[in-house]
Design a protein around this ligand. Structure first.
Ligand SMILES: *[C@@H]1O[C@H](CO)[C@@H](O)[C@H](O)[C@H]1NC(C)=O
Ligand SMILES: *[C@@H]1O[C@H](CO)[C@@H](O)[C@H](O)[C@H]1NC(C)=O
Ligand SMILES: *[C@@H]1O[C@H](CO)[C@@H](O)[C@H](O)[C@H]1NC(C)=O
Ligand SMILES: *[C@@H]1O[C@H](CO)[C@@H](O)[C@H](O)[C@H]1NC(C)=O
Ligand SMILES: *[C@@H]1O[C@H](CO)[C@@H](O)[C@H](O)[C@H]1NC(C)=O
Ligand SMILES: *[C@@H]1O[C@H](CO)[C@@H](O)[C@H](O)[C@H]1NC(C)=O
Ligand SMILES: *[C@@H]1O[C@H](CO)[C@@H](O)[C@H](O)[C@H]1NC(C)=O
Ligand SMILES: *[C@@H]1O[C@H](CO)[C@@H](O)[C@H](O)[C@H]1NC(C)=O
Ligand SMILES: *[C@@H]1O[C@H](CO)[C@@H](O)[C@H](O)[C@H]1NC(C)=O
Ligand SMILES: *[C@@H]1O[C@H](CO)[C@@H](O)[C@H](O)[C@H]1NC(C)=O
Ligand SMILES: *[C@@H]1O[C@H](CO)[C@@H](O)[C@H](O)[C@H]1NC(C)=O
Ligand SMILES: CC(=O)N[C@H]1CO[C@H](CO)[C@@H](O)[C@@H]1O
Length: 792
C-alpha cells in the first residue's frame, strides 16, 4: 500500500521550488531542497561480515516466535511506577522461547539513576583529551558497569549534535565540533562499550543540532499551538562529509544500534525518513543492527515501519494498547499494510545485536542491578571496579584545558595562603535532601534550565546524560586535603559576587561554571554575575586564577586581558574525580595536555548565524525550517572562511612545557590503489577499501621545555577546490605523545582513502581528491609550523 504517509513535509506544503543550494549539483530535478526522496522497500539485514553467526542464530529464534511475540520485541516499555526496574526502557521477556528481555538505559557518561556506579568524564572532556586509548579505556570501564547492572543497551555515545549551534544544550554530551575527531573518538567508544558486552546506541541519527523545537511543541514545550519539530534541511554533500561522517566510524567499529533523532530532516521525521534510514543507513552504509527511536520520537505507525525503524521507545505513560506500534503493528501486519518480512527483519536485527555481543550466554538478568525505588529492599550490585580508578582520574585530568598562564601563576608552589571563591568550588550539599540514589546527581529537574548553576559544583550536565555516582570530589574537597599537607591556610567565599579578600593571599582561585542541559539550549555564552565575580576578585588580587566547569563554549573577553587574571582553565565536565584532577593540575603533579575541541570567539557575534538555535516558527507556520546553508562551515571552518580571529582556536591548549615540530614527511603507499572510487565489498560502514591507507604523514615532536608533558600533534588537510565549498583546512589526524624534557618522538598519521575523498553527489560515491593537497601539522588549528604538499 505505497505510498505511505511518510512525509509530513509533503502533506504540509513545504515545496520550495527547484532552486537548490547554489553550490551543489542536484541531479534529480524532482528532489527539491528541503524534501526527502522516497527510498523503499526497507532492506533486510543480511548478516554480512562478522554478523553472520549472530544472524544465523537470530533467524532461528525469530522463526519460533508468534506474531505477537515478534511485535513485542519491537517495543521498549518505559520505566513506570508499575515496574520494579529502573531501566529507562524494557523489552519484555518471552520465556516460551528462552528470550530474557532487554534493559535499556541512559546514558553516555555513566549509568543514570542507579546506585554504586561511577560518573565518567563527559563527552566534551573526552574530546578535549584527544586521547584515543583513554577514550577506549573509559568506554570499556563504563560498559562493564552497565553490564554488571544488567543493562543490555547503553544510550550512547553521542556523536551528534556536533556543535553546529554554539548554544546547543547537548553539545557537552558529544566529543567535538569536528566530525573527524568525533568519528575517531566515537570509534573507540563503540569498541570499548561493545567490547564490554553492551549494545552501544549511537545517537542521534541525524543532525539533531539544537534542543529548541527538537520535537513537536506539545512534547517538551508549552506553546499554544502544536508545531512540528524543526526541519533540518541539508544537502547531500554536507550530510555525508559532516553529519553522517562520525556515524560511519561508529558503524565501522561494529555499532549494533543506532538511535534516530527527534527532529525532521528535509521535512520528514528522522524516525520515518526513508532516505535517512532505508537509504543512507541501511543501504549505503549497510547497517546490520537495529534502529531505535529517541524517547517519544515516533510519529507514525505503518510509515515508520516501512521507512526502516526497528524499535519503538515509548514516552512516559505510553500504552501498549493504543500506541502506534504494539497492538497496531500486529493489526498492520495482519491487514497487509506492513509485510511480515519487514517485522521479521526488525526482530532479526535486534536479536542479532543481542547475539553478536554474546548477551545470550553471559549476561546478568536484564535490569537486575537497577531499582526504580531505592527505598524498597533490593539486591546490592556494586558495579564499580577499582581497576578503573586511574581511568576516571586520568580522563578528568586530560579533559582540562589551560588557555592562559602568565607570571608563572601555575603550577602553584605550596602557597602559604590561598583564597577560594565561586559557586562551582563546592558540592551542593543541601541540594537533594532525600538522597537515596547518589550524593550529587545533577539533573535538569532540579536546576530549572539556568545557564549557571550557582548552587554548587558542576561535573556533568543535565537531562538524560546525567549521572548519579557513588561519590564526587569537588575542588574544595580536594583543596582541603592538599592544603593540610602543604600547611596552606585557606580563605573562602562561595556565595558573594564580590568577596572580601585577605591582602596576603598568594593566589585567588575563582571556580565557576557554565551549565547546559538537554531539552533547552543555552541562553548565553557568558553571564554578568560570573564575570563580575571574576572582575571583582581580580580588582583585589594580583594572582587571580579562573576555572570554568563549562559545558560548552564560554566567552572570556570581559576579563581575559585583565593584568591580575593570570590563569584560565576550561575544566569541562570531569565526572566524579573533578576536584582531584583539578588540584593535581594546579599543583603541577601532572601537566595540562588538553586542547579545546571547539572555537572560543572574542564575541558572540563572531559565530554569526550559528550562535543561536532557530526559535520562531514564522514564516513557516507550524513547520519550522532550518536550512543548513553554511554547508561544512561550522566552528573553525567558519572562522577560517570568514577570516575572523578567534580568542582561542579549535585545538588550542597550553602546557607547563613547550614543544617544537620538525621533519614533516609525506609518504604514499605505492602498493595501494589510487582509483577514483572505492570498489571493495560494502561492509557495515561502507566499502571496505575506504579504510585502505593511501598515505602516511610523519613528523617529529620535541619537548623543548623543562618538564615532562604530552602534546596533541594535529594534522590538517587543505583539499583543493572552490573555497566557498571546501574548507581551507580540515582535521585529518592527531597523535598525543608523552615526552620528557628534551625527548623527541615521531608521530605518524595514516590517511585512508576516506580521509582523502570528497562525496561525489552525482556518482553517489566517495571520490578520491586529485591535485595538490596542502598538509599542515602543528599544535592547534592555527599554529601549524609544518607545511607540505601531497600531490594526488
Ligand atoms: C530555505 O531554503 C529554501 C530553498 O532555497 C528557501 O525557499 C527558504 O526560504 C529557506 N528558508 C529559510 C528559513 O531561509
Ligand atoms: C554542475 O554540473 C554541471 C554539469 O555537469 C557542470 O557544468 C557545473 O559546473 C556543475 N556545477 C557545480 C557548482 O559543480
Ligand atoms: C535533502 O535535500 C537535499 C536537497 O534536495 C538532498 O540533496 C538530500 O539528499 C536530501 N536528504 C535527505 C535525507 O532527504
Ligand atoms: C526480506 O527477506 C524476505 C525473506 O526472508 C523476502 O521475502 C523479502 O522480499 C526481503 N525484503 C527485501 C526488501 O529484500
Ligand atoms: C507483549 O507485551 C505486553 C505488554 O507488556 C504483554 O501484556 C503481552 O502479554 C505480551 N505478549 C506476548 C505474546 O508476549
Ligand atoms: C491503535 O489501536 C487502537 C486500538 O485498535 C486504537 O484505538 C488507536 O487509535 C490506534 N492508535 C493509533 C495511533 O493509530
Ligand atoms: C491496517 O492496520 C493499521 C493499524 O491499525 C491501520 O493503521 C491501517 O489503516 C490498516 N490498513 C488497512 C488497509 O486496513
Ligand atoms: C538553586 O536551586 C534552586 C532549586 O533547585 C533554584 O530555585 C535556585 O534558583 C538556585 N539558585 C541559584 C542561585 O541558581
Ligand atoms: C590588581 O590587584 C592589585 C592588588 O589588589 C590592585 O591594587 C590593582 O588595582 C589590581 N589591578 C586592576 C587592574 O584591577
Ligand atoms: C560584543 O560585541 C558587542 C557589539 O559590538 C559589544 O557590545 C559587546 O561588548 C561585545 N562583547 C564582548 C564580550 O566583547
Ligand atoms: C635538556 O637539554 C638542555 C640543553 O642541552 C639541558 O641543559 C637540560 O639539562 C636538559 N634537560 C633535561 C631534563 O634533560
Ligand atoms: C606527568 C607529567 O607530565 N608531569 C609533569 C607535569 O609538569 C610538572 C611541572 O609542573 C612536572 O613536575 C611533572 O613531572
Amino acid at each position: 500500500m505505497l505510498p505511505f504517509a511518510t512525509r509530513i513535509g509533503v502533506l504540509c506544503l513545504v515545496f520550495y521550488g527547484v532552486e537548490a543550494k547554489a553550490n551543489y549539483n542536484i541531479t534529480d530535478d524532482t528532489v527539491f531542497y528541503g524534501q526527502s526522496p522516497p527510498v523503499y522497500p526497507s532492506p533486510n539485514g543480511t548478516g554480512i561480515g562478522d554478523w553472520a553467526d549472530a544472524y544465523a542464530k537470530a533467524r532461528v529464534l525469530v522463526s519460533k516466535m508468534t506474531l505477537e511475540e515478534k511485535v513485542n520485541i519491537t517495543i521498549s516499555i518505559p520505566m513506570g511506577e508499575d515496574h520494579v526496574t529502573g531501566c529507562e526502557g524494557r523489552v519484555e521477556a518471552i520465556p516460551r522461547v528462552g528470550f530474557p528481555g532487554l534493559c535499556l538505559a541512559d546514558a553516555g557518561h555513566g549509568l543514570r539513576n542507579a546506585e554504586l556506579v561511577s560518573a565518567w568524564p563527559i563527552g566534551m572532556s573526552v574530546g578535549a583529551s584527544w586521547n584515543r586509548e583513554l577514550a577506549l579505556q573509559r568506554a570499556t570501564g563504563m560498559g562493564a558497569e552497565f553490564k554488571k547492572k544488567g543493562v543490555n543497551v547503553i544510550f550512547g555515545p553521542i556523536i551528534g549534535p556536533q556543535g553546529r549551534i554554539v548554544k546547543g544544550g547537548r553539545n557537552w554530551e558529544g566529543f567535538s565540533s569536528d566530525p573527524w575527531q568525533n568519528g575517531q573518538l566515537g570509534y573507540e567508544t563503540v569498541k570499548g562499550l561493545q567490547g564490554a558486552g553492551v549494545i552501544a546506541s549511537v545517537k542521534h541519527f541525524v543532525a539533531n543540532e539544537q534542543e529548541t523545537r527538537r520535537s513537536t511543541s506539545t512534547f517538551f514545550y508549552e506553546d499554544e499551538t502544536t508545531t512540528q519539530a524543526i526541519s533540518t534541511n541539508i544537502d547531500d554533500k554536507t550530510m555525508h562529509e559532516l553529519y553522517v561522517w562520525p556515524f560511519v566510524d561508529a558503524l565501522h567499529a561494529g555499532a549494533t544500534n543506532i538511535m534516530c533523532s527527534y527532529q525532521r530532516l528535509n521535512n520528514s521525521y528522522s524516525c520515518q525518513n526513508s532516505k535517512v534510514l532505508n537509504g543512507l543507513l541501511k543501504t549505503e552504509l549497510n547497517f546490520q543492527g537495529f534502529v531505535i527511536t529517541d524517547w517519544g520520537a515516533q510519529h507514525a505507525g505503518v510509515a515508520t515501519a516501512m521507512a526502516g525503524m526497528d524499535s519503538a521507545a515509548l514516552p512516559e505513560g505510553g500504552n501498549f494498547e493504543t500506541m502506534l506500534w504494539g497492538l497496531n503493528l500486529t493489526l498492520a501486519v495482519r491487514n497487509g499494510s506492513v509485510p511480515e518480512t519487514r517485522l521479521d527483519d526488525m526482530v532479526t536485527r535486534t536479536l542479532a545485536a543481542w547475539y553478536k555481543l554474546g548477551q545470550d550466554q553471559d549476561f546478568p538478568e536484564p535490569g537486575i542491578g537497577f531499582q526504580a525505588d531505592t527505598t524498597l529492599p533490593h539486591k546490592s550490585i556494586d558495579a564499580r571496579d577499582p581497576a578503573y580508578d586511574d581511568v576516571l582520574l586520568q580522563g578528568a585530568i586530560e579533559g582540562h584545558v589551560l588557555v592562559k598562564n602568565v607570571n608563572n601563576a601555575l603550577p602553584l608552589k605550596k602557597p602559604k595562603m590561598l583564597g577560594v571563591y565561586g559557586y562551582s568550588a563546592r558540592n551542593r550539599d543541601s541540594y537533594e535532601p532525600n538522597n537515596v540514589l547518589g550524593p550529587l546527581q545533577t539533573d535538569d529537574n532540579n536546576l530549572d534550565h539556568v545557564i549557571i548553576d550557582r548552587n554548587g559544583t558542576v561535573y556533568s550536565g543535565g537531562g538524560s546524560g546525567t549521572t548519579s555516582p557513588w561519590l564526587a570530589v569537588s575542588p574544595w574537597d580536594a583543596l582541603l586535603q592538599r592544603a593540610r599537607k602543604d600547611r596552606t591556610a585557606l580563605y573562602w567565599d562561595f556565595e558573594s559576587a564580590n568577596p572580601h579578600i585577605n591582602a596576603n593571599v598568594d593566589a585567588c582561585l575563582v571556580i565557576v561554571n557554565a551549565y547546559a542541559t538537554e531539552g533547552t539550549d543555552r541562553d548565553a555564552l557568558r553571564d554578568d554575575y560570573t564575570d563580575s565575580l571574576i572582575l571583582n576578585t581580580a580588582s583585589k588580587c594580583t594572582n587571580t586564577i579562573v576555572v570554568f566547569h563549562n559545558l560548552g563554549v564560554r566567552l572570556i573577553d570581559t576579563f581575559v586581558d585583565h593584568p591580575n587574571v593570570t590563569a584560565i582553565i576550561f575544566a569541562h565536565g570531569p565526572g566524579q574525580e573533578s576536584g582531584n584532577a583539578l588540584v593535581s593540575l594546579l599543583y603541577g603533579d601532572v601537566n595540562f595536555s588538553g586542547k579545546i575541541p571547539y572555537t572560543v570567539a572574542k564575541n558572540e557575534s563572531d559565530y554569526g548565524s550559528l550562535l543561536d538555535p532557530i526559535r520562531g516558527v514564522e514564516p513557516y507556520g507550524q513547520y519550522p525550517q532550518d536550512n543548513f546553508t553554511e554547508g561544512l562551515f561550522i566552528d573553525y571552518k567558519a572562522f577560517d572562511k570568514a577570516g575572523i580571529t578567534p580568542r582561542y582556536e579549535f585545538g588550542f591548549g597550553l602546557s607547563y612545557t613547550t614543544f617544537s615540530f620538525s621533519n614533516l614527511k609525506i609518504t604514499k603507499n605505492e602498493s595501494a590503489s589510487f582509483d577514483q572510487y572505492p570498489s571493495g565489498e560494502v561492509l557495515q560502514g561502507g566499502p571496505a577499501d575506504l579504510w585502505d591507507v593511501l598515505v602516511t604523514v610523519t613528523a617529529t615532536v620535541t619537548n623543548t621545555g623543562r618538564v615532562s608533558g604530552a602534546e596533541v600533534a594535529q594534522l590538517y588537510l587543505g583539499i583543493p577546490g572552490d573555497q566557498d565549498i571546501v574548507p581551507v583546512r580540515q582535521l585529518r589526524g592527531f597523535e598525543k605523545p608523552s615526552l620528557h624534557a628534551n625527548q623527541t618522538a615521531t608521530v605518524s598519521s595514516p590517511l585512508t582513502r576516506r580521509d582523502l575523498s570528497e562525496w561525489d553527489v552525482i556518482a553517489q560515491k566517495w571520490s578520491l581528491v586529485t591535485g595538490d593537497v596542502k598538509v599542515e601539522v602543528g599544535s592547534s588549528s592555527r599554529v601549524l609550523p609544518l607545511v607540505g604538499t601531497l600531490t594526488l
